[in-house]
Design a protein around this ligand. Structure first.
Ligand code: THU
Length: 128
């Protein structure tokens, strides 16, 4: 699937974000190596630290569906749809560490400014 199409799926997923506290809505579209697509949005909570990021939501959906290998992920985020289309939303460190559990350093992370690799954002993941 093309980068543009993946970004468009992430923008659709963002529409479902539950972000009443920050007002910052994030969407992610994760493509499995079998072609299946897993969408995620951020889900906030009155107990703030219970919030789940969009990217981890997508990864957890995939794992629960039995998919553990991935082609790429598209991520968008912003307070408005316009901001989400125009300003790149770099995934947080916690989400990068979760990607590293299942993906190599050359895993492509598609943002609105282009394609990045997991190793660009997380050169040294924690390992046991
Ligand atoms: N958020 C994500 O969904 N992904 C990230 O990588 C960083 C932050 C969410 C969490 C929270 O709901 C909102 O963005 C503001 O931090």
């Amino acid at each position: 699937m093309e980068t543009k199409e993946l970004i468009s799926q992430a923008l659709s997923a963002r529409e479902n974000a539950y972000a009443p506290y920050s007002g910052f809505s994030v969407g992610a579209a994760l493509q499995g190596t079998d072609g299946r697509m897993f969408l995620g949005c951020n889900v906030e909570n009155a107990s703030y630290s219970m919030t789940i990021c969009a990217e981890r939501n997508a990864v957890l959906q995939a794992i629960a569906a039995g998919q553990r290998s991935f082609r790429s992920i598209a991520i968008v985020g912003g307070k408005t749809a316009e901001e989400a289309r125009e300003t790149p939303c770099v995934p947080c460190g916690a989400c990068l560490q979760v990607f590293a559990e299942f993906c190599d350093g050359d895993f492509p992370i598609l943002l609105t400014d282009g394609v990045h690799l997991l190793r660009d954002f997380l050169p040294q993941a924690f390992t046991l």
